[in-house]
Ligand binder design. Structure first.
Ligand SMILES: Nc1ncnc2c1ncn2[C@@H]1O[C@H](COP(=O)(O)OP(=O)(O)OP(=O)(O)O)[C@@H](O)[C@H]1O
Ligand SMILES: [Mg+2]
Length: 295
């Protein structure tokens, strides 16, 4: 069964100025073991697509005009909020862009991770390595153990001691690793990562990408990785979907799309990547390139 199947998704958003259609007929299938990169310029609808899958767009602001989102055969747009809450974290993991807004500064890293592990373990005790009907104390102990294991897995040195630190005691790269640990602790089948490495320097970015890549190889999960960076896509994605103004212009295996871009827009995205040969003052935006291309 297809892990994630988005069909003809049409979304409109309401604001002071009225209602505007943002997503126009998005079709996308993500299978296990695939890492889909979703690229496109700012405002093209990448985040709103990711948020739709996690059902995090409040009904007061967003309205689905048509289409469906199926996760393992289950119709997400018809799933109520209570059921969604148990899917989030446990079946669908999410990482958002800015680690400073995602971690609560007043609680230790451990408290926040243990919370997520307990929540996931409540529905499925095997996540905590427990069976039967464990007591509250057993659960808490197991959740802390699982949290330490997960911190170790994402490469936090000395996790048994660092787990009691507060977020400000971690570097930006470490905080981003904590967010990945948090997203992975419930053993989700689908990971949605919205610009997970944008705030990080290049070497940390490479480590985080490798980490996501390894988790996919190890657990055979599917990933929807939202980014505006084609370099990131070329590094770890198996597939790519190119968005432009709320539509998917083209999609397919990364090597095909990047090698033979069918659309002028994708070509323009590729041309906008600076290389070591780009001279000072030569950096060009998509707009310039599209104009030159005569579209
Ligand atoms: N809450 C909202 N209410 C109304 N319009 C919104 C809302 N959130 C986003 N939009 C509009 O929807 C469009 C798509 O936004 P989205 O956040 O999905 O873009 P994006 O591709 O993720 O861009 P970026 O690369 O900057 O993150 C934008 O034109 C934006 O102005
Ligand atoms: Mg976005």
């Amino acid at each position: 069964m297809t892990l994630l199947d988005i069909k003809n998704l049409n979304l409109s958003m309401r604001s002071f100025e009225g209602e505007t259609q943002i997503l126009h007929g998005i079709d996308l299938k993500v299978e296990r073991g695939e890492i889909w990169g979703m690229v496109g310029e700012t405002g093209s609808g990448k985040s709103l697509t990711g948020l739709s899958v996690s059902r995090l767009i409040p009904p007061a602001t967003g309205r689905y005009l048509a289409g469906s989102i199926h996760f393992e055969g289950r119709d997400l747009l018809a799933t109520d909020e209570k059921a969604m809450r148990s899917l989030r974290g446990r079946k669908i993991g999410m990482i958002f862009q800015d680690p400073t807004t995602n971690l609560n500064p007043v609680f230790t890293i451990g408290t926040q991770l243990v919370d997520v592990a307990l929540h996931a373990g409540h529905a499925d005790p095997s996540i905590l390595g427990l069976s039967g009907n464990p007591s509250g104390r057993e659960r808490k102990k197991a959740a802390r153990r699982v949290a330490i294991e997960m911190l170790d897995k994402v490469g936090i040195p000395n996790p048994a001691a660092r787990i009691d630190d507060y977020p400000h005691q971690f570097s930006g790269g470490m905080r981003q690793r904590v967010l990945i640990a948090m997203a992975m602790i419930g053993k989700p089948d689908l990971l949605i990562a919205d610009e997970p490495t944008t705030a990080l320097d290049v070497s940390v970015q490479a480590q985080i990408l490798k980490l996501i890549h390894d988790l996919v190889a190890e657990r055979n999960i599917g990933v929807l990785m939202i980014t505006h960076n084609l370099g990131v896509v070329a590094q770890i994605c198996s597939h790519v979907a190119v968005m432009y103004r709320g539509r998917i212009l083209e999609r397919g295996p990364v090597h095909e799309v990047l090698k033979r871009p069918a659309h002028a827009y994708t070509q323009a995205l590729l041309n906008a990547i600076p290389t070591v040969h780009t001279k000072r003052g030569e950096l060009r935006g998509i707009g310039d390139i599209m104009q030159e291309g005569g579209r």
